[in-house]
Design a protein. Structure first.
Ligand code: NAI
Length: 305
């Protein structure tokens, strides 16, 4: 059986004052990591803030014999995030693991949503993760080691009524992961996404009671530990909830060569079922794969249309 331990490793977990982040921080510390516990300490919609939420988790880790420090930075503030990373480095000399977990909700149907709520959710989830990742990126490249976990969501992967802002931000993190996993690979920086389902204050009024019972946040933690571990995969979207695990993939169908010409739209419309048919679809390893696939089909059909 694999063994996953974090002795000598330094981890930053954002939004770790409660919910999933708290469980992530406790589990990393229990397996030997030194953990910077970040949390703005605000309400579910992102209002307010205090370092006491992070400090309470640090106290739990210390009481269990672990090592941890608290940080109250908002992930939306790049200078504060840089100071957070500097705090971890000043205390322990390195940062091996970053779990981008902080998040808020501002749910409304798109018709009723104002743009300020759209921007704020993008800012916390997407730019928050960008700030934290940027602040550790040079360090991880110099160390030639890094494990970064982005917290995405089924709302981003598949959609959910009332969560256009949240879904857009969460799928943006998948896009960020796709490229960073390519750019970081040469220095053993592995970047992955976690898509959790858990009963936390974020979901307490979105799911029925019995379902919430089954969805303990602790049940998501194994997926995070695997993605943060030495033997982590790279570029995986791991879904986790209630003790079940799945992988989500962004696939490309075999498609069809339609060619050029004034009637190409009509020919495409006629063959759309063939273009979208999923048999034989692939998971491209970079965006270049789509282009070369298309050029390949065009070359094979050179001379037609
Ligand atoms: P939560 O609301 O319990 O935890 C989020 C934490 O982030 C809070 O402690 C909050 O204070 C902190 N936070 C918010 N804004 C911050 C900021 N600007 N800077 C630093 N910290 C900030 O929610 P939960 O459920 O534990 O969510 C954790 C992550 O998992 C989020 O990214 C969420 O979007 C994601 N997620 C959760 C799902 C679930 O079923 N609970 C489903 C899919 C994704």
């Amino acid at each position: 059986m694999s063994s996953i331990d974090f002795k000598g490793r330094v981890a930053i977990v954002t939004g770790a004052g409660g919910g999933l982040g708290r469980q992530h921080a406790l589990a990393l510390a229990a397996r030997g990591a030194k953990v910077l516990v970040n949390d703005l300490g605000g309400a579910r919609d992102g209002s307010g803030g205090s370092v006491s939420a992070a400090q309470a988790v640090v106290d739990e880790i210390l009481a269990a014999g672990g090592e941890a420090i608290a940080n109250g930075a908002s992930v939306t503030d790049f200078e504060a995030v840089q100071a957070m990373v500097a705090q971890a480095v000043a205390t322990w000399g390195r940062v091996d693991i970053l779990v981008n977990n902080a998040g808020i909700l501002r749910d409304k149907s798109f018709a009723k949503m104002d743009l300020a709520d759209f921007r704020l959710v993008m800012d916390v989830h997407l730019m928050g993760a960008v700030h934290c990742t940027k602040a550790v990126w040079a360090l991880m490249n110099e160390q030639k080691y890094g494990r970064i976990v982005m917290t995405t969501s089924s709302s981003g992967l598949y959609g959910n009524f009332g969560q256009s802002n949240y879904g857009a931000a969460k799928l943006a993190l998948v896009g960020l992961m796709q490229t960073l996993s390519i750019e970081g690979a040469k220095n053993d920086i592995r970047v992955n996404c976690l898509a959790p389902t858990a009963a936390t204050r974020m979901t307490e009024d979105l799911m029925p009671e019995a379902v919430l019972e089954a969805l303990k946040p602790e049940a998501v933690v194994p997926a995070m530990l695997v993605l943060a571990g030495q033997e982590a995969p790279n570029r995986t979207i791991l879904c986790a909830g209630a003790g079940s695990f799945e992988a989500a993939h962004i696939t490309l169908t075999n498609g069809a060569w339609i060619g050029l010409g004034g009637d190409a739209p009509e020919r495409l419309a006629d063959r759309l079922a063939e273009v979208t048919d999923r048999s034989g679809e692939i998971v491209p390893q970079s965006g270049a794969a789509q282009g070369s696939n298309e050029v390949g089909k065009a070359m094979a059909n050179a001379g037609r249309h």
